[in-house]
Write a protein that binds this ligand. Structure first.
Ligand SMILES: Nc1nc(=O)c2c([nH]1)NC[C@@H]1CN(c3ccc(C(=O)N[C@@H](CCC(=O)O)C(=O)O)cc3)C=[N+]21
Length: 287
């Protein structure tokens, strides 16, 4: 029996969200005479980060959001980086602040992320914003998990009572996704798996909705998927063969009912959600 999954076109859905957002931004600018502004901080010269930062900048331009890029050398001191964050916190022209991860060795990422004002924390990595999300009273939602939830919603996936299995327990994807999937109104039953899970395939095969966020190229194969499942691939792995996800697309798409590709799945949604958060930050700071 051969099946071919339908593709969730994240690029198209993100584009649609960005068009919706651009209208909202135009209205905001007209009403407030202020343009929402995102400040990105890039420390060192990680080539992957360069790509994200470039994509973010282009997306901002299209949505009529101002963007600043603060480039700092890899050997910057913790104090100098903190001083920049403090300056951006105080700058009324800046509504959103993003410090690109990973930071070079020697810098304490937790300390830096905690220094960002929670009201400008468009990544939603600050403990205050994490806590608010866990309690179901979010100010911002973290961009990648929010993008995944939007993909499910806009693809018409019925989540109530479904079994969602999240593979990965990172602070920026796995943990927050588990919270959002289990939230009231979404109502999934959630299992979180990770690198120490025994018999991973047993668990992934129970999933009506399978989220791959482990950072291992093509790790989830078709035999680990329940026929007809919704498969969301959060992986961004650069290999000799190019950009691949955490899911082996060729085998998985023979089994799944709906699946996201890499590229063109979750990645573009992450950026769209960052723009949404930047507008929300501007709205709450200006109005
Ligand atoms: N403070 C912080 N916030 C982040 O949100 C953050 C970060 N640091 N560090 C790195 C990760 C990764 N990330 C991606 C965003 C967009 C794509 C994206 O647009 N991907 C395109 C392809 C881009 C390409 O071709 O390389 C796609 O999947 O279609 C991917 C990955 C944001 N991150």
């Amino acid at each position: 029996m051969s099946n071919t999954a339908s593709i969730i076109d994240g690029k198209a859905i993100a584009q649609q969200m960005r068009n919706e957002l651009a209208e909202e931004v135009a209205e905001f600018i007209q009403n407030n005479s202020v343009t929402p502004c995102l400040a990105a901080v890039l420390v060192g010269e990680d080539p992957a980060s360069e790509v994200y930062v470039r994509n973010k900048r282009r997306a901002c331009e299209h949505a009529n959001i101002d963007s600043q890029l603060h480039r700092l050398p890899a050997d910057i001191t913790q104090d100098d980086l903190l001083a920049l964050v403090t300056k951006l916190n105080k700058d009324d022209a800046v509504h959103g602040i993003l410090v690109q991860l990973p930071l070079p060795a020697g810098l304490d990422a937790d300390l830096i992320l905690q220094a960002i004002s929670p009201s400008k924390d468009v990544d939603a990595f600050h403990p205050t914003n994490v806590g608010r999300m866990v309690q179901g009273k979010p100010r911002f939602l973290p961009c990648t998990p929010h993008g995944v939830m939007q993909l499910l919603d806009r693809s018409g996936v019925d989540t109530a009572g479904k079994h969602a299995v999240v593979v990965g327990r990172s602070d920026i994807v796995g943990k927050p996704l588990a919270v959002l999937l289990a939230a009231r109104g979404v109502d999934c039953t959630v299992t979180v798996c990770h690198s120490r899970t025994a018999d991973l395939g047993y668990h992934t095969r129970q999933a009506d909705i399978l989220i791959a966020a482990i950072g291992k190229p093509e790790f989830i194969t078709g035999d680990m998927i329940k026929p007809g499942a919704v498969v969301i691939d959060v992986g961004v792995n650069r290999t000799d063969a190019g950009l691949v996800g955490d899911v082996e697309f060729a085998s998985a798409s023979q089994v799944a009912g709906l699946i996201t590709p890499v590229p063109g799945g979750v990645g573009p949604m992450t950026i769209a959600m960052l723009l949404v958060n930047t507008l929300r930050a501007a709205q709450s700071l200006e109005q």
